[in-house]
Design a protein around this ligand. Structure first.
Ligand code: DP6
Length: 315
C-alpha cells in the first residue's frame, strides 16, 4: 500500500503544443524528447483506509490549491481505471528548478503514475504507464522512458503513448537559467489559446509533422548536426506560434543566449538552442564540447549541465 518512484524531466526536441482532446489529454501531434539525468521528482504514495480524501505534500509543504486539484483529478482517474478503493497520502520532492520552463510536471506525473499503481500492486507495462502519465501531463508520457523518446499522438487513451526510439547517450544538455521566477502563464492554458487561431493551428500541425519526420530520420542516421538544426528551428517556430497567440515567454536574456549559440556554431562547434514555456534556454550539444563552451554561457546565466537519463524507476 506504499510505493516510491523516481522520474526524470525531459526536454522536447520536437515540441508538443496544443491538444485535440482535453478530457483525455490527446496532443495535436506526436513529439520527440530526450530524458535528462539531473532533474527529477521522487514521489511516495501511501494508500490509507482511514483517509477521507487525498493529501498532497510537495517539497514538504501541504498543497491545497489548484495544484492539489490537478493531482486529485489524476488520482480519481487512476482509482476509477484500476478500481482502487482508497485515498492516498502523496509526498513529492522536486529536484527541478520550479516553473522555469523545465517541465517539472513531466517528472512529477510520471513518478506519480508509477508510485500510485505500484502501491496498489498494479504492475503496468511501460506503454500503459505512459498513457496513464499522459492524463496528468502530456510531457509526462515521455518521462517513463530514458534516452530519446517519441510520444505517438494516437486517437484515444491507449493509442496515445510514448516509446524509446534511440539510446543515443553522447548528448549534453546545458540549461541556462535566465529567470527562475514563476511562469507568467502555464503551458496548459497557453497551448489552449491556439484553438482560437484555426489557421495558425493548421500550419503548426503541418510543420510539426514535417519536422517530426525529418527528426526521426536524423536520429535513425545518428546525424547530430541535422538533429540540431531541426530542433532549433522547431523551437523557434513554436515560440513564433505562441507569440502570435499573444503570449511571450522569451526575454532579452533569452535572445542573448540564442545569439551566443549561433556565434559558437559559426565557429564550428555544434550547439543548438531550444526553449519551452519559459525564458530559459536549453543548449543541446555533445559531451565532448562542454569544456570548450560552458564558461561562455556562464557569463550570461547560471548554467547547469545534464546528460541523457533513464526512465521512471521504483526506489
Ligand atoms: C512547451 O506537458 O506541461 O514543454 O499536457 O497540459 O500538462 P499538459 O502540458 P505540458 O506541456 C509541455 C509543453 C512544452 C513542450 C513539450 O514538452 O513537448
Amino acid at each position: 500500500m506504499k510505493h516510491t518512484a523516481k522520474a526524470n524531466v525531459n526536454i522536447a526536441l520536437i515540441k508538443y503544443w496544443g491538444k485535440k482532446n482535453s478530457e483525455w489529454n490527446l496532443p495535436l501531434t506526436s513529439s520527440i524528447s530526450v530524458t535528462l539525468d539531473k532533474f527529477y521528482t521522487i514521489t511516495t504514495v501511501t494508500y490509507d483506509n482511514n483517509l477521507k480524501e487525498d493529501i498532497l505534500y510537495i517539497d514538504n509543504n501541504l498543497i491545497v490549491d489548484s495544484e492539489f486539484l490537478r493531482v486529485k483529478n489524476f488520482m480519481d482517474k487512476i482509482r476509477q481505471l484500476y478500481n482502487i478503493p482508497y485515498y492516498a497520502k502523496i509526498e513529492s520532492m522536486n529536484y527541478v528548478p520550479k516553473k522555469a520552463g523545465l517541465a517539472s510536471s513531466a517528472s512529477a506525473f510520471s513518478a506519480l503514475a508509477k508510485a500510485a499503481t505500484m502501491a496498489y500492486n498494479i504492475n503496468l507495462s511501460d506503454k500503459e504507464l505512459s498513457s496513464l502519465a499522459r492524463l496528468g501531463s502530456g510531457s509526462a508520457s515521455r518521462s517513463i522512458y530514458g534516452g530519446i523518446v517519441k510520444w505517438h499522438e494516437g486517437f484515444d487513451h491507449l493509442s496515445s503513448y510514448a516509446e524509446q526510439i534511440s539510446t543515443i547517450d553522447d548528448l549534453a544538455i546545458l540549461i541556462c537559467l535566465v529567470d527562475t521566477s514563476e511562469k507568467k502563464i502555464n503551458s496548459r492554458d497557453a497551448m489552449n489559446t491556439l484553438n482560437k487561431y484555426p489557421k495558425l493551428k493548421k500550419e503548426w500541425i503541418l510543420n510539426t509533422k514535417d519536422a517530426l519526420e525529418s527528426m526521426e530520420q536524423a536520429i535513425f542516421e545518428n546525424d547530430f548536426e541535422s538533429m540540431g538544426y531541426i530542433l532549433e528551428s522547431h523551437a523557434k517556430l513554436m515560440h513564433y506560434v505562441i507569440q502570435e497567440t499573444g503570449i511571450t515567454y522569451l526575454n532579452h536574456k533569452s535572445f542573448e543566449i540564442i545569439d551566443l549559440t549561433e556565434k559558437i556554431r559559426n565557429e564550428g562547434i555544434p550547439v543548438f538552442a531550444t526553449m519551452d514555456a519559459g525564458p530559459n534556454i536549453k543548449i543541446i550539444t555533445k559531451k565532448e564540447y562542454i569544456q570548450k563552451i560552458i564558461s561562455r554561457y556562464e557569463k550570461h546565466a547560471t548554467t547547469l549541465v545534464s546528460f541523457v537519463g533513464k526512465g521512471v524507476e521504483s526506489i
